[in-house]
Structure formats: C-alpha cells, structure tokens
Design a protein around this ligand. Structure first.
Ligand code: ATP
Length: 337
C-alpha cells in the first residue's frame, strides 16, 4: 500500500543542512498497523510527513496505492491526498466550529454534495462514538473526545491510509487505551492501513503488527513487533523494549550474585511450558530466580526470566545447552564460572 523508496529529507538551516530522513526505504502492506519509534529528533515526523508530501522529500519516491506522489502536479496531488487521512497529537480542530462542522468541512473541501455530506458526518460520528456530541464545540470536549473528532474528520473522504502523528501522546493512559481500541476497530472494519509514530512502546505493543526503529534519520531495525520484542538486535531497540518490559536488574543486585546470571526469553507457547521447573528439578544446579515476567503481545506470550545458576561449570553448561535446545533465547549476563 505504501512504498517509501530511498527517501531523504534535508532541511536548510542557518547552521547548515540537517538530514531529517536519511535514505529510508520501507514497504507497508495494505491493512497493516505499522509503528515508527525513536527518540526526539530521530526523524519520525519528517518521515511520516513525507508519506503525504506535507514534507516534500529532497530525493526518493513515495508510492501510495501504486501512485508515485512525488511525480504528481498540485491538483493531482490534492486528489491523491484524499486517500491519506491524518491525525495529530494536538488535534488541530477549528474551535469556532461544532463537532459536526469540523467533520463536514473536510467533506465540503473535497467538493461532496450537501445531502451526501450530512449523512456521512452523522455516520462518522456514530463510528467514533460521538453521535450525541454533534452540536458541541471542541472546548466542551475531553482530550479523548477531541481526538475522536480528529479521527472522524480524517476518515471523511474514505482514505485508504491513516497517518497518526503522536496521536495519543497528549492523552492519559485510559483514554489512550480507548483511542487505540478505536483505531484497531477502524483498521479491522474498514481495512485501513495505519502508520503511527510514537515514542511510547506501549502503543506499539498494543496495536502494531510491525515496527521500525529510527535513529539519526535512518531506520536501524525493522520487523514484526513480536520479533523485535523477543529478539531486539540493536542497542537502541533493546533500550526501548527494556523501558516497557522492565527486564533490567538493578546493578547492585548483579554485583552481589556469585553464579552465572542468565536471561532466558520464552517465545510463543514455550512460555507456557515448565522449562524453569525442569531446570530446577533435572540438573545439579541451584537456580535462583531474580526476575520473571510474561507479557502478551497480540495474545502470544513472551516470557523473560533472569536466573542465577550455581553449580559446576560443566553442569551450568548442560543447563545452557538444554535451554538452547528448548528454542528459547538465552543470554549469559555475567559468569563467575
Ligand atoms: N522544519 C525543519 N527545519 C529544520 N530542521 C528540521 C525541521 N523539521 C525537522 N528538523 C530536524 O530534522 C531532524 C528530525 O526531526 P523530526 O521532527 O522529524 O524528528 P522526530 O523523531 O519526529 O522528533 P520529535 O518527536 O521531537 O518531533 C531533527 O534534527 C530536527 O531538528
């Protein structure tokens, strides 16, 4: 649905040229929810805005639904942009217009007839759960309700793609959950492709199918959310994952341990098996569990246990072989053996 081909976006500043996006290539499938994460300044917004040409790439190509947007003239681009809705962290609603008119305006701007548009607005407000707020003004709404108006407005012209620019960052955790659920419902009901940028890994963990991690304008890691949570390769990805999964041990505790500390990742159904108790029962080692957690990513379990193993080096080695045979990720954190 979206193909980003060797896109670079440079900004000319007084201090010189800044590369917001540095030679990024990505493909995002139809119906996918795709997350882009990274710290502030990584280039997430620049890349997202290149997708609908709010930012024109300095070089590279952007295909949306088979059309190369970079090559279009202004009027064709305006038409193609109707396929791409966008929502923002700060909603950008017209404060002097009612909820109804905020959504109606998007249809009017696209040249739709009055009767058709009025019915469409009511349908959209129903879809986002705001049918009873049509005549309210934005100032009378909560943050979550304002974002629902933003979503209704973004869907006005039946887009195929929805771009979400930190759409839940200004919301409290329970409102965030409600908005994410709405986005997921819309994705399923309408088959909409959703691209979201966020610095909150919770958001990615909750609804994304795949994710990309950005640093200094480049995509440094890309994969399914489960894959990246289970086996992150890059340090930055690990940092983001550890932040949300809290798999870290306090350094003081690590210093006190005399045995071999191993971090074991259980993937899929293996998390439900009795691997840990097998280690405790079947080997001549003492295993001290320091940390353990099972998270569910799209209902698939992902478990992490951190254990200190005490025993002869041969026996510890046998345990590590056993764990590796069980197809779990095993990482030796320290070893005194
Ligand atoms: N209009 C602009 N003019 C000059 N530099 C810009 C402009 N927009 C972005 N940049 C620079 O491009 C780089 C990437 O910025 P961008 O906003 O895309 O990152 P981000 O990951 O979205 O960060 P944030 O979450 O803080 O918005 C940064 O160095 C930023 O300063």
């Amino acid at each position: 649905m979206i193909e980003i081909k060797s896109v670079t976006k440079e900004y000319k500043t007084k201090k010189g040229t800044v590369k917001g996006v540095d030679n990024v290539s990505l493909e995002i499938d139809q119906g996918e929810i795709f997350g882009i994460v990274g710290y502030s300044g990584a280039g997430k917004s620049s890349l997202l805005r290149c997708i609908n040409l709010m930012e024109k790439p300095t070089s590279g190509e952007i295909f949306v639904d088979g059309v190369n947007l970079v090559k279009l003239n202004a009027s064709k681009l305006r038409k193609s942009r109707q396929k791409i809705g966008m929502i923002f962290q700060h909603f950008y609603l017209a404060t002097s217009k009612t909820v109804f008119d905020n959504v109606y305006f998007a249809l009017k701007a696209a040249g739709k007839s009055k009767t058709e548009s009025q019915k469409k607005v009511l349908d959209l407000l129903e879809l986002v759960g705001l049918a009873d707020k049509a005549q309210h003004y934005p100032s009378q709404l909560s943050g979550g309700q304002k974002q629902r108006v933003g979503i209704a407005r973004a869907l006005a012209n039946d887009p195929k793609v929805l771009l979400c620019d930190e759409a839940t960052s200004a919301l409290d955790p329970s409102t965030t959950q409600a908005i994410l659920k709405l986005l997921k419902d819309i994705n399923e009901k309408l088959g909409l492709t959703i691209v979201l940028i966020t610095h909150e890994m919770e958001v990615v963990k909750e609804i994304c199918d795949r994710m990309a991690v950005m640093e200094e304008g480049k995509v440094i890691e890309l994969g399914s959310v489960y894959q990246l949570f289970a086996q992150p390769k890059e340090n930055l990805t690990k940092e983001f994952i550890d932040g949300v999964m809290q798999f870290k041990l306090p350094q003081a505790l690590v210093g006190k341990c005399k045995g071999t500390i191993v971090k074991i990742h259980f993937r899929g159904r293996i998390a439900e098996e009795s691997v840990v108790s097998d280690v405790l029962k079947g080997f001549n080692v003492r295993a001290n569990i320091l940390h353990g957690k099972i998270e569910y990513i799209k209902e698939v379990p992902l478990g992490v246990f951190i254990m200190e193993l005490k025993g002869t080096s041969d026996e510890v080695e046998r345990v590590l072989t056993y764990l590796n045979d069980k197809a779990v990720g095993v990482e030796v954190m320290t070893s005194d053996n």
